[in-house]
Ligand binder design. Structure first.
Ligand SMILES: [Fe+2]
Length: 291
């Protein structure tokens, strides 16, 4: 299926020639042989939720026509634009001094924060200043999180996890939409702003997305005669995958200290750490970011 015009990508400060790829749609996780995830003393397969869908594994560069469809010269709205940028050098250097890139586990990352308390405070205030300049409304710190290397999905419903969980307890949800507000509906998925996520790990990672807004997906499903009453905020991704399994997924490479801004309530997306060797570390803020 061909790309439609929808969510656009802005990337003026980055050399983008090798940063984006496209594929031929999704596949149910059961139809793939799981990649092996390197843990400290063993290799283990990922587990998934029953309805988890992943991008097909064959990727290629975009054609000129596809590049035109997804590119924009200016940040449009916070609900329909994705931006890839890089942290200012001063912030990059402060993060380097925290020495997170040698951490092997989440515990080690938090230990580094405790050891370097003063440096963390300095980094925090500079970071808050930096992210604050990009949002008209107050910015909310969401999380600092780690993910294992070589995973095709990084998203897990953490509310379901037992205390002291291990990798085997994780059930990845695959491509999904976020709901940053519990009252969100498909009609209000564009109202709650966007997310800014910084790669603080040693290797690049990927941001995967479908370049369609939730309302566009709703309209595509209606054209397939899916009843209004049968589409809601919880099932719209699954319906999209059932009716449009061949709609391409886009994959953006996010190098260390690069950040993306994306309307994750309003588009189907996920992260991935495929081919990565080291611990994935990401810092995420919520806001109404605009460049
Ligand atoms: Fe998400």
């Amino acid at each position: 299926m061909k790309l439609k015009s929808g969510i656009k990508l802005l990337h003026h400060s980055i050399d983008f020639s090798d940063a984006i790829e496209i594929n031929l749609g999704i596949i149910h996780h059961k139809d793939l042989i799981s990649l092996k995830v390197p843990l400290i003393d063993e290799e283990i397969e990922c587990h998934y939720e029953d309805d988890a869908y992943l991008p097909k594994r064959e990727w290629r560069c975009l054609s000129n026509e596809e590049n035109k469809i997804i590119s924009t010269e200016a940040f449009n709205k916070d609900y329909n634009t994705i931006y890839l940028g890089i942290l200012p050098l001063r912030l990059q250097n402060l993060f380097k001094e925290l020495n997170l890139i040698n951490c092997k586990t989440e515990k080690e990352v938090f230990e580094q924060f405790i050891i370097n308390k003063n440096k963390v405070q300095e980094t925090n205030s500079l970071l808050n200043e930096f992210v604050g300049t990009m949002s008209n409304t107050p910015v909310e710190f969401l999380s600092i999180a780690t993910n294992f290397a070589n995973c095709e999905s990084v998203s897990v419903d953490k509310r379901k996890l037992p205390e002291n969980h291990t990798f085997s307890d994780l059930k990845f949800i695959g491509l999904h939409k976020d709901s940053s507000n519990i009252e969100m509906t498909i009609y209000t998925s564009n109202k709650f702003g966007n997310r800014l996520t910084i790669n603080l790990g040693a290797d690049h990672r990927y941001f995967l997305f479908v370049n369609l807004t939730i309302l566009q997906i709703y309209n595509m499903l209606r054209q397939k005669n899916v009843g209004k009453e049968n589409i809601n905020n919880k099932n719209i991704c699954k319906l999209f995958f059932e009716y449009f399994p061949d709609y391409p997924i886009l994959k953006i490479k996010q190098k260390p200290y690069e950040f993306y801004i994306a309307p994750t309530d309003n588009c189907i997306h996920d992260g991935a750490t495929i081919q990565k060797q080291s611990l994935d570390i990401v810092l995420t803020y919520l806001g109404h970011f605009k460049i």
